[in-house]
Design a protein around this ligand. Structure first.
Ligand code: KIV
Length: 306
């Protein structure tokens, strides 16, 4: 069972900002990892559409469906009942219209138990943000490198390098705040741009991913932070523990022990009482066949107590 912990709330997040306490945020896509993140006291969890790459092995986030997202988000909620859970709206679940955006945001809340949703885009998405916020759903904007638009942005690269590009991101952040976003994620923008937007933020939490220390908190992709994504590690991510190496080591040990027949041991199996076994053999082969191939004594004893 997860350690008892207070449920994170929207006022709780704003209190952290007011008290100058950085907010911790990680992506998560499954129940056991959510359980660990909950125990670690992570403030916010994002069920990102990055699951297309990290969990499904796809080359981009674009094929991820709303059904995929809701299924994973519900599993994460079961493992992390108290973290502030954000559902990432997948490609084409909000772009077509304000109504589509509201309906699909509502599914994250009703079917997966999310606390908020996130969508990508700036001023052009302000009406979607406003509609979702008016429906009573906390909504997070996502600016800078927005993976769903990677093709239009020219790939996965730093955004807002020139003054003109940076000004557009500042304006987009203002439009999202105006529309009712309670939080904005700045992904892969220069540190000074992130700090500037954070300093200007009004009633809006600014979170950074690869954008320096100036934001109110930090987001990382779990698989990058724990060396679990085999294809590459982005420069902006720090590996906090090499879980991939630990798992590889364990897998090699498993292969060796099964191959060499040192696994399983008696404590790993369940025995059958002599009388039931003898009766079974007699049923199958006749009365003289019993007690031919019983387990060795020690194994028999261990198995009987389980
Ligand atoms: O899908 C995701 O994990 C995200 C992050 C890249 C911010 O949106």
């Amino acid at each position: 069972m997860a350690e008892a912990r207070k449920k994170m709330t929207l006022p709780g997040l704003f209190k952290m900002v007011a008290e100058g306490k950085p907010i911790t945020w990680l992506t998560c896509y499954d129940y056991p990892t959510a359980y660990l993140q909950e125990q670690a006291g992570i403030d916010m969890i994002l069920v990102g559409d990055s699951l297309g790459m990290t969990m499904l092995g796809l080359d981009s986030t674009l094929p991820v469906t709303l059904e995929d997202m809701i299924r994973h988000a519900a599993a994460v909620r079961r493992g992390a009942p108290n973290a502030w859970l954000v559902g990432d709206m997948p490609y084409m679940s909000y772009q077509p219209s304000v109504e589509t955006a509201i309906r699909n945001a509502g599914r994250f809340m009703a079917e997966a138990g999310c606390d908020a949703v996130k969508l990508e885009g700036g001023a052009e998405m302000a009406d979607r943000v406003a509609g979702i916020a008016r429906a009573g759903i906390p909504v997070i904007g996502h600016l800078g490198l927005t993976p769903q638009s990677a093709s239009a942005l020219g790939g996965f690269r730093l955004q807002g390098k020139s003054a003109a590009q940076a000004k557009k991101i500042v304006d987009d952040a203002a439009a999202l705040q105006e529309a009712g976003a309670f939080c904005i994620l700045l992904e892969l923008v220069p540190d000074r741009l992130c700090r500037l937007i954070t300093e200007r933020a009004k009633d809006c939490i600014i979170m950074g991913l690869g954008s320096g220390p100036g934001a109110h908190g930090q987001l990382l992709i779990y698989h990058d932070a724990f060396a679990l994504y085999p294809k590459f590690k982005p420069r902006m991510a720090k590996v906090f523990a090499d879980a991939g190496a630990v798992i590889r080591q364990g897998l090699a040990a498993y292969v060796t022990e099964v191959t060499e027949r040192t696994f399983p041991q008696p404590e790993n199996w369940f025995g059958m009482p002599d009388d039931a076994y003898d009766e079974l053999r007699a049923m199958l082969e006749g009365p003289d066949s019993a007690d031919a191939d019983r387990l060795p004594d020690r194994a028999q004893e261990l198995a009987a107590v389980r």
